[in-house]
Design a protein around this ligand. Structure first.
Ligand code: AMP
Ligand code: ZN
Length: 337
C-alpha cells in the first residue's frame, strides 16, 4: 500500500527503492525487522514521528495528536454508560506501591525507575569530571521514591483499597497515562513511552467477567468502525525468565488475557492494539481491596494502545488524514484536519 495516499494495493513496497535482490533469502525475522524499519522511516520522513536518537522514544506531530484526541473521545463515548470515575495520573507512581504490586517478580526487564543526584559538592565535582571524561556517571545517581508507570491501571489499586470496601455494584475507573516499558525496538509500534487508555473494573468475579465480555464486543466494534482489519486471540504477558514460561502457560490456560490484533507490517505478525485482562484477585492479595460483603475483590481491565491504534490507522488509511474514509474521519472528529 502507498502510505501517502492510503490506497490499498497488495504488498507493501519499500518507500525508497525497489526490493533488494537478497530479499527472498531473508529469514522471517529479518523480513519483519526490515518492514518495521521501513514503516518507521516513512513515519519520520512524513513528520508524524519525531526521532530522538533512542529506539522507542519519539515526539508526535499535530496530526498524530489529533488522531490521539479523536481516539480518546471515541473510546470515552463507548464507555459513556459505565459511570466510570475519571482519574488521571502523571506517568509515574510511588515506588512503594510499585514494589507491593509484584511487577518486579513478573517483568523486571520492563521496569523503569527514576534516579536522581543526591550527593554533596564533592560528589557533584566527581559527577562533572566523569561527564567531561566521557565516563559512566549514572552509578552515582540514587533511586528516588518514584518509578515510571508500567500500565495505566497500576496507580489506582492502592487508591481504591484506601477507600474501604467497594459499593455493591463495584466500581469502574477510566484512566489514561503514558506508560514506560524498557523494550527498545526498531518497530515504531513497540515504544518505550506510549499511551494506554483503560477502563478498569473492580468487583466480584462475575462483575469482572461480564465487563470483560462486554468490552471485547465493544473493542471489536471500534476496530470495525475504524475500518481496520482485526482478529481476537488468546494471549499472555511476557513474564521474565524460565519460571515465567510456566506462569505464561497458566495465564493462557485460564484465558486471563485476550488481545485484539491488527496487521501493521506486511512481513510481521499482527500487533496487539487492545487487551482484555482478568487479574482474578491478585491486587486484593497485595492491597486490602474488598467487595461490599468483605470478600477479596476481583479486577480486570481493557487497555487501548492509543499510539498503536494511530499507527494502524496510518498504515491502513495512509498518511493524508484528509483522504481517510469519511466515517472514520467523522468518528475521530477529523473533519477539519
Ligand atoms: P498490555 O498491558 O501489555 O496488554 O498493554 C495494553 C496495550 O498497550 C497493548 O494492547 C498495546 O496496544 C499497548 N502497548 C503495550 N506495549 C506497548 C509498546 N511497547 N508500545 C506501544 N504500545 C504498547
Ligand atoms: Zn490494566
Amino acid at each position: 500500500m502507498d502510505y501517502q495516499s492510503g490506497q490499498h494495493g497488495g504488498a507493501v513496497e519499500p518507500a525508497d527503492t525497489a526490493a533488494p535482490p537478497q530479499r527472498l533469502s531473508r529469514s522471517p525475522e529479518e523480513a519483519a525487522l526490515a518492514a518495521q524499519r521501513r514503516f518507521r522511516q516513512a513515519l519520520i520522513e512524513a513528520g508524524l514521528l519525531i526521532p530522538t536518537g533512542v529506539d522507542g522514544l519519539y515526539g508526535r506531530s499535530a496530526d498524530f495528536e489529533a488522531i490521539a484526541d479523536g481516539l480518546n473521545a471515541a473510546i470515552g463515548a463507548l464507555g459513556a454508560d459505565q459511570q466510570a470515575e475519571v482519574m488521571r495520573f502523571p506517568p509515574a507512581m510511588a515506588r512503594q506501591d510499585f514494589e507491593a504490586s509484584e511487577y518486579l517478580k513478573s517483568f523486571p526487564q520492563l521496569a523503569g525507575t527514576v534516579h536522581s543526584f543526591c550527593g554533596s559538592d564533592r560528589d557533584h565535582h566527581r559527577l562533572l569530571a566523569r561527564l567531561d571524561a566521557g565516563e559512566e556517571w549514572a552509578d552515582q545517581q540514587r533511586p528516588t521514591r518514584v518509578v515510571l508507570t508500567p500500565a495505566a491501571c497500576y496507580p489506582i489499586y492502592p487508591v481504591m483499597a484506601a477507600r474501604g470496601p467497594l459499593p455493591p455494584q463495584g466500581r469502574v475507573v477510566d484512566v489514561l497515562s503514558y506508560c514506560f516499558r524498557h523494550e527498545p525496538s526498531v518497530d515504531p509500534a513497540r515504544m518505550q513511552l506510549f499511551r494506554m487508555r483503560e477502563y478498569v473494573r473492580l468487583g466480584t468475579a462475575e462483575q469482572v467477567a461480564a465487563f470483560r465480555a462486554q468490552w471485547i464486543e465493544r473493542g471489536s466494534a471500534l476496530a470495525q468502525q475504524l475500518a481496520l482489519p482485526w482478529q481476537l486471540d488468546l494471549a499472555n504477558d511476557p513474564f521474565f525468565g524460565r519460571g515465567g514460561k510456566i506462569v505464561a502457560d497458566g495465564q493462557r490456560e485460564q484465558k486471563l488475557k485476550f488481545e485484539l490484533l491488527i496487521p501493521i507490517h506486511d512481513d510481521a505478525p499482527p500487533t496487539a492494539c487492545m487487551s482484555f485482562n482478568y487479574h482474578k484477585d491478585h491486587f486484593a492479595e497485595v492491597w486490602p481491596l474488598r467487595t461490599a460483603d468483605g470478600a477479596r475483590a476481583h479486577t480486570g481491565c481493557v487497555g487501548f494502545g492509543i499510539d498503536r491504534l494511530i499507527l494502524a490507522l496510518l498504515r491502513h488509511h495512509g498518511f493524508a488524514l484528509a483522504r481517510w474514509p469519511s466515517p472514520v474521519r467523522e468518528l475521530l472528529g477529523l473533519r477539519h484536519v
